[in-house]
Design a protein around this ligand. Structure first.
Ligand code: FE
Ligand code: FE
Ligand code: ZN
Length: 280
């Protein structure tokens, strides 16, 4: 089954997002766990979560993706900032344990001049203190475009983080098509080659989700500016290959394109039309 959805606002709660994605023609969605710029989470609404879990069951939503605030920096040289990231992770994961099919995605961080080795160590430290053996929520590292001192600019850096995590079976990867294309992985001309490299360096079984975004900038520009599907440098033909690729076609896809809800509805429809249903 093609799992497709988009980023939604979480201000009105889970049930609202569930209804919204169904009305847009999707069957999965992404949302920020709290204000994307950080700060306190809303009070926990267990009734909303129970209602959502039931709604998800009834409507075939089996996976969703929670996105950590993108300002969190697990690799910060500032001890207070790392402590804050740890607290947010701990609280977010505890809450997501209650939500059906939730995975947790985050940007690994920026080393801000300390060097990638140090940054990777700091990120793994937080993951090691926050991940518990009994948790069912998978934690996904997002592939980054490599702007500034971002860690996760290539598959090797993600592999090095995963290698340092003790409970690494709780860790997965989310590929962002805009980010990896910006980062110098040519998914337009060599999708198979890129995925084989991913398999060799990380293991394809670690790949759990895809952010499906076109890019405003040319290949390998390390900029990270998302564009609507078909209006950027990646282009519709490449996305047709991506969603139908044998390694990717069963994964959930999340649009993070610059769109309002009606724009998302059209992109979901476009991608559903490009998806080739195979077998019985
Ligand atoms: Fe992201
Ligand atoms: Fe993304
Ligand atoms: Zn981005």
């Amino acid at each position: 089954m093609f799992k497709i959805g988009c980023h939604l606002s979480s201000v009105k709660g889970y049930l609202h997002m569930g209804r919204e994605i169904i009305s847009l023609g999707g069957n999965t969605f992404q949302f920020f766990t709290r204000n994307p710029r950080g700060g306190a989470a809303k009070p926990l609404d267990t009734e909303d979560i129970e209602n959502y879990n039931k709604f998800a069951d009834d409507n075939g939503i089996d996976t969703i993706l929670a996105h950590a605030p993108y300002t969190l920096n697990c690799a910060s040289p500032d001890h207070k900032k790392r402590e804050f990231a740890y607290e947010v992770f701990k609280e977010d994961i505890a809450r997501l344990e209650l939500v059906k099919g939730a995975m947790y995605n985050f940007h690994p961080g920026s080393h801000v001049g300390q060097g990638a080795d140090k940054g990777i160590e700091l990120i793994a430290d937080i993951l090691n203190s926050v991940i518990k053996p009994e948790q069912k929520t998978l934690v996904l590292l997002e592939t980054m475009a490599g702007k500034g001192t971002e860690i996760g600019r290539n598959f090797t850096e993600l592999r090095r983080i995963i290698d340092k995590v003790e409970l690494s079976d709780k860790i997965g990867v989310c590929i962002d098509t805009c980010h990896i294309y910006d980062g110098g992985y040519d998914i337009v001309n060599s999708l198979e080659g890129v995925l084989e490299e991913f398999d060799r360096l990380i293991g394809i079984e670690k790949l759990k989700a895809v952010h499906i975004n076109d890019s405003k900038n040319p290949f390998a520009s390390h900029k990270d500016r998302h564009e609507k599907i078909g209006e950027g440098s990646i282009g519709t033909a490449a996305f047709e290959h991506i969603i139908n690729n044998r390694y990717l076609r069963e994964l959930p896809f999340y649009l993070e394109t610059p769109n309002d809800l009606d724009g998302y509805r059209k992109e979901i429809d476009l991608l559903k039309n490009l998806y080739k249903h195979t077998g019985g």
